[in-house]
Design a protein around this ligand. Structure first.
Ligand code: SF4
Length: 462
């Protein structure tokens, strides 16, 4: 009985769980108001990422490309960045923030993006756009290291580092949500409002669940403003909810402005939400109100209805973003389930020493595997060739064919989830998220019981 953490022992990847670093930087850029990122690379580096964003949120987002071609890939393409900035600013008079996001090809050829930005700041911006506030921010996200998760982390840090200023210290907290859904942001804002805590929510993407308004506007963008970003330097503390998606920015603010960083826990499940609220209480001095005690009670009641009868002992495989996977595994354990396989889709060397992973290793009393740098073959091979038996899969839509092919029920959670309607609208964090997750897992199992005629009569009598 042990929890083993290991690396995928093959060279190469069969069906990756993640996409590459620039995708994370692009997700950050669409969270900023009056911002369009320019991805310095081939058009596909934008096109496919935009497509995933649109598939997941069923909305359209604006991103630009320097549109690298063969000559640029051989001789360098700094000129294309200059041209791209000029065209973008000319066409979009409201744009103020332009991240320049590098890719594998432009990092390999060694394009000096920082140098280009210096040149543009001293030349084009002064000459042609002198009356405009424009911020060009270099984001180095080569795709041959890390993943979209580390790309997100790097980009959040780069944006915060560009803007943060210590001007008028205040009692607000910075809340770095990590790569979440509008439903999560809504839930987090609700918890903060109940605690009467003012927060600078970064990045404010609740608006990705955007309405159709009479003016026919069809493009979505986040609501984090330049003022919000500048104000990060004035905060009382920074809460980075995800260790791998925002921690770098929290560390930067701590180092530069001595703003305390509170990293994690990802508030998935009851105990992690409890810890989050306790941390808020400690930092701000604000008490946890009765309204949240009651919400917690409602969540506990909902979980108690399901746990012993339906969820206990269910064997689960979980894949996706590391903070999400670990948070879900902790929640499953609290529900008496057995997460037997956790797949982390990149090679971050910090995973084995993550205190949550260490705690799993020390406390799990059955066989659990945690595979780093994993791909979908790690899951499929175990099911197909090694006799892995599962009752449930938790993960994003890219793994749907394993669920379909091997007839294993699957709850879509994480990013991207494009083959089920409206999932971005629901939280996985907070007490509301705990209820949603447990009930969706149960409903997924119920549908499977009916489909396979496996004790489906139980559903008549509980
Ligand atoms: S792997 Fe390289 S070429 Fe492919 S999308 Fe990522 S950055 Fe672009």
């Amino acid at each position: 009985m042990s929890c083993e953490i290991k690396e995928k022992d093959r060279v190469g990847t069969v069906n990756p769980i993640f996409t590459c670093q620039p995708a994370g930087a692009q997700f950050v850029s669409i969270g900023i108001k009056d911002c369009i990122g320019i991805v310095h690379g081939g058009q596909g580096c934008v096109m496919f990422v935009r497509l995933i964003f649109s598939q997941h949120f069923k909305e359209s987002f604006e991103l630009a490309s320097s549109s690298l071609h063969e000559d640029g890939a051989v001789f360098g393409a700094c000129g294309r960045v200059e041209e791209a900035v000029d065209v973008l600013l000319s066409r979009y008079p409201d744009v103020k923030v332009v991240p320049i996001i590098t890719t594998c090809s432009t990092e390999i050829i060694g394009d000096d993006v920082d140098g280009v930005i210096k040149k543009l700041n001293e030349g084009l911006l002064k000459e042609k756009f002198a009356d405009r506030e424009v911020h060009l921010i270099a984001m180095h996200t080569p795709s041959f290291v890390g993943s979209m998760i580390s790309g997100y982390d790097v980009a959040v840090r780069d944006v915060v580092r560009h803007f943060a200023k210590r001007e008028n210290p205040n009692d607000k907290i910075n809340l770095l949500t990590g790569w979440v859904n509008p439903g999560d942001v809504k839930e987090l804002k609700h918890l903060l409002a109940e605690m009467d805590i003012e927060a600078n929510v970064l990045f404010e993407i609740e608006s990705f669940d955007s309405p159709v308004l009479p003016d026919g506007s069809a493009v979505s963008h986040g609501n984090t403003t330049i003022e919000d970003l500048v104000d990060t330097g004035n905060a009382l503390a920074t809460f980075a909810l995800n260790r791998y998606e925002g921690n770098k920015a929290a560390e930067f603010l701590q180092k530069k402005f001595e703003i305390p960083a509170v990293v994690g826990p990802t508030p998935i499940g009851i105990r992690n939400t409890d810890s989050f609220l306790q941390n808020l209480r400690k930092v701000t001095g604000k008490p946890i109100p009765q309204s949240l005690v009651r919400e917690r009670g409602v969540a506990l009641d909902a979980l108690a209805d399901l746990t012993h009868m339906f969820l206990a002992e269910k064997r689960v495989a979980i894949y996706g973003a590391p903070d999400l996977v670990i948070g879900l595994a902790e929640f499953c354990l609290d529900l008496e389930m057995k997460p037997v396989l956790l797949l982390l889709g990149d090679d971050n060397s910090k995973y084995p020493n993550d205190p949550r992973v260490v705690a799993l290793k020390e406390n799990v009393d059955y066989d659990m595997e945690i595979v780093m740098n994993a791909d979908f073959w790690e899951l499929e091979n175990r099911i197909k060739n090694e006799g892995l038996e599962l009752d449930l899969i938790l993960g994003h839509s890219k793994g749907r064919f394993i669920s379909i092919d091997y007839n294993i029920p699957m709850l879509r959670v994480g990013f991207p989830t494009y083959d089920r309607a409206g999932l971005y609208r629901y939280p996985t964090v907070g007490y509301g998220g705990a209820i949603w997750l447990a009930e969706q897992m149960a409903n997924t199992l119920f549908a499977d019981m009916e489909h396979k005629k496996n004790k489906e009569w139980l559903l008549n009598v509980w």
